[in-house]
Design a protein around this ligand. Structure first.
Ligand code: HH2
Length: 273
């Protein structure tokens, strides 16, 4: 599945300010749907490296009018990309159906309780540190093993608090407190994450990882080729959904890959090729 990114922010790293008005966001949402998105991920706070937190009222004022306007119209589910439990609750009441939390329900004392109360699916993403400082000095001995163990532990904590197992998604958090070698290790060992038995969301679209491999791609808009390569790799490794900005191109790339692979499952393709 393909999740289209809808950033209703002035400062997101690749499209900040482009869809900050309700009208622009609605036009873009419809375009993402027409391009073949299965989900829309609505966000009102950038979590790019060095980003500063946004006040709750500001975040609510950005996302709620868009979710209200879109619910019922699009015929597809929306998620709310937020660290704040109150924003998640309001967005779900307005029509969103999944909470995408880049802090894996650790950012507020009542995050776990709120996830239980909301009852819908929740994405638990791995991040080392905070967006403001996460790229200063990320450290791992074995990034793939540590991220898998941490996400597995967070899933267990969520379930112990009362979140249903079927409601849990995991995400390795590409670029969130990770250097190139850490991101590559995570991508190389996605099968370990898949083996935990939860659906996996993978978000690498336009991220600096691509620039670290191709230094000519300083502009996020020049990172489409690398973003597609990662999405295709993720699908072959068994991730359930990729979070992307370029929906049309990603859907096309995935369709072509699926046609080439025929009816072999993504996992079988990985183990037999
Ligand atoms: N990446 C971003 C934001 N939210 N959520 C999940 N689950 N996984 C991700 O990889 C992820 C995410 C960053 O991308 P973007 O929303 O385009 O940028 P910004 O945070 O600057 O708004």
């Amino acid at each position: 599945m393909v999740m289209g990114v809808l950033n209703v922010t002035p400062d997101s790293f690749s499209d900040g300010g482009r869809f900050a008005s309700v009208e622009a966001a609605l036009v873009h949402a419809r375009a993402l749907v027409a391009a073949g998105a299965n989900w829309l991920d609505v966000g009102g706070e950038s979590t790019r490296p060095s980003a500063q937190p946004v006040a709750e009222e500001v975040e609510l004022a950005r996302v709620l009018p868009v979710i209200y306007a879109l619910q019922g119209e699009l015929g597809m589910p929306m998620s709310i990309d937020t660290r704040k439990p109150a924003v998640a609750r309001a967005a779900m009441a307005a029509g969103a159906s999944m909470w995408n939390d880049v802090t894996a329900l650790t950012s507020a004392p009542d995050s776990l309780k709120m996830a239980v109360e909301i009852g819908g699916p929740v994405v638990l993403m791995h991040m080392q540190g905070e967006p403001a400082t996460m790229q200063d000095a990320p450290r791992y001995k074995d990034a793939a093993a540590e991220v898998c163990a941490w996400l597995d532990a967070r899933a267990r904590v969520a379930m112990a608090a009362g979140v249903r197992r079927e409601a849990i998604w995991l995400d390795p958090g590409i670029g969130f407190g990770k250097r190139l070698e850490h991101n590559l290790a995570l991508l190389r060992h996605l099968d370990r994450l898949v083996a935990l038995g939860f659906p996996i969301l993978l978000g690498a679209s336009r991220k600096r990882t691509v620039q670290h491999i191709d230094p000519t791609a300083a502009d996020p808009l020049d990172r489409l080729g690398g973003s597609l390569a990662i999405a295709l790799h993720g699908a072959r490794a068994g991730v359930a959904m990729v979070r992307v900005h370029d929906v049309r191109e990603t859907v096309q790339a995935l369709k072509v890959q699926a046609a080439i692979l025929g009816d072999r499952t993504a996992k079988a393709a990985v183990t037999t090729s």
